[in-house]
Design a protein around this ligand. Structure first.
Ligand SMILES: [Zn+2]
Ligand SMILES: [Zn+2]
Ligand SMILES: [Zn+2]
Length: 154
């Protein structure tokens, strides 16, 4: 099961192209309001293992490693751009390449939240849970506190 950490590591293992000319015309304008469910099965074959979502019509189709319905959808409709539920990468069939763009950010963020149940860690909402009251007890850590700790002899 992927974690946010290894998703981020894997995401940058390919360098997506940032100048896809098809993106602007094929991105549905209301993505921010679309309910994203990354566990949705393929509309054609109901396989839920490895699906892609068409950015144009919101259809969900399986990858080439399952039954290839995403590629078939592109062939039938000429909708070129899909986002992967597996690693949130975005593929353009017309560019034949992974793509990236600021326009995709709300989409990948929505998918990320659906997948991991939290915001991506590059948002500035990181909480550090290290606020412990250290005045309790009076016995600090016994090793290397100002060199005054007596070394334990057996
Ligand atoms: Zn399918
Ligand atoms: Zn489509
Ligand atoms: Zn393209």
């Amino acid at each position: 099961m992927p974690t946010p950490a290894n998703w981020q590591a894997g995401y940058h293992s390919v360098t997506p192209r940032s100048n896809c000319p098809h993106l602007h015309d094929n991105i549905s304008p209301n993505w921010a309001e679309v309910t994203v469910d990354v566990s949705k099965p393929c509309t054609e074959c109901n396989d839920a293992n490895e699906n892609w979502r068409c950015l144009k019509c919101q259809g969900v189709f399986c990858s080439r490693y399952i039954n290839g319905h995403a590629a078939e959808h592109h062939k039938n409709t000429s909708h070129p751009i899909s986002v992967s539920f597996s690693d949130l990468s975005v593929w353009c069939y017309d560019c034949d390449d992974y793509i990236t763009s600021p326009l995709l950010k709300p989409i990948t963020t929505a998918l990320y939240v659906s997948k991991f149940g939290e915001m991506p860690s590059n948002s500035n909402e990181i909480e550090i849970a290290s606020e412990e009251d250290t005045t309790e007890g009076g016995e600090g850590p016994s090793n290397s506190v100002g060199g005054s700790g007596p070394s334990k002899a057996d």
